[in-house]
Ligand binder design. Structure first.
Ligand SMILES: Cc1cc2nc3c(=O)[nH]c(=O)nc-3n(C[C@H](O)[C@H](O)[C@H](O)COP(=O)(O)OP(=O)(O)OC[C@H]3O[C@@H](n4cnc5c(N)ncnc54)[C@H](O)[C@@H]3O)c2cc1C
Ligand code: FES
Ligand code: FES
Length: 484
């Protein structure tokens, strides 16, 4: 039985197939057609809905793409669609009023998706008494595409959400319903084809018993295999309810991030001590993808152009793998054994990523070069972490994406840098080494020559930033990154 709270009531649905997407459930099974289907691959935001999860005494609201989210994954949560905004007496929600007042909709196809991203922003920002800045508006709408209106009026609408009188959700009522669901104990664990354990022990037992089950976390990669490659799975093993995999903890030297922590929360944790990662974090996909996708999913998927891995390699991160046989820890770069191949055994799951905390003398930057500034995957990604002492590079750690079959550590470049005086001359030598260390392929994202060239240029940019050059150089470089 799949159960969730919608429009203030508990919805119970028997026999929902394991790979039914939330969008299919809404449009085809429940007839809730206000939620639109555009790309069906997480790119356009037409299908955006908002999920609510109990967090202490509050509800945590997250805008997500329903097209690449499995229906069962919302079990025990609250759901809002574009159909739920207008009040019972017909009064439009402030989100709808703001879109209308700013002429922010033309053909209207994208509008329900924009409205839901704005509803998420409204709940998280406006209802907390906070005004919406332009930057926050852009972030909230980073996963929504509009082909005809133009973004200026939509962003204007986002900044005027606080004009109409405040409309609050009846959180006490929804929390009571969520509590009822939690207590009813009608979990999905017993479902034959959708397995959703809540403890690590249960997860490892299920993994051992069902080695052919498809592990799914946020489904932002797997969703495309289902929708675009029409892959069918014998069973789905959802790791997102396992308490141990959702934890973030800080130890003396290490930040531990559970594999099923969302990208939004994982980046927030990384930003606490490394605020320079802010703009990189915001360029990972768009907000709805970051709200579903997990750090563990990014790492385990092992794409050579995955964004978190070059950074994590430069940070010296390790992965912790677990099975009924026990746990083992590997440096992240040793986790990858070939193109989209990892060291994970058939009975293992990735449970945690361990990230060393910053120490004195660290200078860290990460650069992503992609065709679009937002919601696009890297052509090249470079992360560099140096430890400098009295002008000498005492430690160099360089992670690279987009230049090999897997995310890689640039060992030769690290060797050139280590123990040397940090000067433009050293940087020039290291740029040459970095450009020749890998043999990237040419594909639709970039040519091999371009990848090599830009890799060296990014190291030069790192040098300039280490010397305090920022505004002019940065504006120039980000423009390059955005338009190439
Ligand atoms: C529109 C869009 C934009 C995107 N932009 C970016 C981007 O900018 N940068 C980027 O790097 N990626 C991007 N992605 C890819 C994707 O969002 C990320 O790779 C994400 O981190 C995947 O996490 P997930 O939880 O959704 O993984 P899932 O899709 O659930 O799983 C991915 C893979 O990891 C495995 N897996 C997941 N968790 C575990 C675990 N605990 N143990 C073992 N195996 C596990 C699954 O079996 C599967 O093989 C984008 C995707 C979309 C749809
Ligand atoms: S339909 Fe385009 S993001 Fe879902
Ligand atoms: S209003 Fe037509 S696509 Fe946005």
């Amino acid at each position: 039985m799949l159960e969730f709270v919608h429009a203030g009531e508990i919805v119970s649905l028997p026999q929902v197939p394991a790979t039914r997407t939330l969008l299919q459930l809404l449009r085809e099974d429940l007839g809730l057609t206000a939620t639109k289907e555009g790309c069906n691959e997480g790119d356009c935001g037409a299908c955006t809905v908002v999920l609510g999860e109990k967090q202490g005494d509050h509800i945590k609201y997250s805008a997500i793409n329903s097209c690449i989210r499995l229906a069962h994954s919302i079990h025990g949560m609250a759901l809002w669609t574009a159909q739920d905004l207008t009040a019972a007496d017909g009064t439009p929600h402030p989100v709808q009023q703001a879109l209308l007042a700013n002429n922010a909709t033309q053909c209207g196809f994208c509008t329900p998706g924009f409205a839901m991203s704005l509803f998420g922003l409204y709940q998280n920002q406006v209802c907390q008494g906070q005004p919406v800045s332009r930057d926050q508006a852009q972030q909230a709408l980073s996963g929504n595409l509009c082909r005809c209106t133009g973004y200026r009026p939509i962003l204007d609408a986002a900044q005027q959400l606080d004009k109409p009188p405040l409309v609050r959700q009846d959180e006490a009522h929804i929390l009571a319903k969520l509590e009822l669901l939690a207590q009813s104990g009608q979990g999905l664990e017993a479902n034959l084809s959708y397995k959703c354990p809540t403890t690590l022990a249960a997860l490892l037992k299920l993994r051992a018993d069902h080695p052919n089950a498809q592990i799914v976390a946020g489904c932002t990669d797997v969703g495309l295999w289902i929708n675009k490659s029409h892959m069918a799975f014998e069973a789905v093993l959802d790791v997102t309810r396992v308490a141990e995999l959702r934890q973030i903890s800080t130890e003396a030297d290490t930040l531990n991030i559970g594999a099923a922590v969302t990208l939004t929360d994982a980046f927030a944790a990384l930003l606490v001590e490394r605020s320079q990662l802010h703009s990189f974090a915001n360029r990972f996909a768009g907000l709805p993808v970051r709200n579903s996708g997990t750090l563990g999913g990014n790492v385990a998927n092992g794409s050579p152009i995955g964004d978190s891995m070059p950074l994590l390699i430069a940070l010296g991160a390790s992965v912790v793998l677990a099975s009924l046989r026990g746990q083992r820890r590997l440096p992240l770069e040793s986790f990858y054994t070939g193109y989209r191949q990892t060291a994970l055994a058939g009975d293992e799951v990735l449970i945690r990523i361990e990230v060393p905390r910053p120490t004195d003398g660290e200078f860290l930057r990460v650069y992503k070069v992609s065709k679009r500034f937002e919601d696009d995957i890297s052509a090249v990604c470079l992360a560099v972490r140096l430890h400098l002492q009295d002008g000498i590079v005492v430690r160099a750690s360089v992670g690279v994406g987009g230049v090999a079959a897997t995310p890689v550590r640039a060992r030769q470049t690290e060797a050139v840098l280590t123990g040397q005086a940090w000067t433009q001359t050293l940087v020039a030598t290291a740029m040459t080494t970095l450009r020749s260390e890998f043999a990237p392929i040419s594909d639709m994202r970039a040519s091999s020559d371009y990848r090599r060239l830009v890799l060296g240029n990014l190291l030069q940019r790192f040098w300039l930033e280490s010397q305090g050059e920022s505004d002019i150089q940065l504006a120039h470089f980000s423009l390059e990154g955005a338009t190439l």
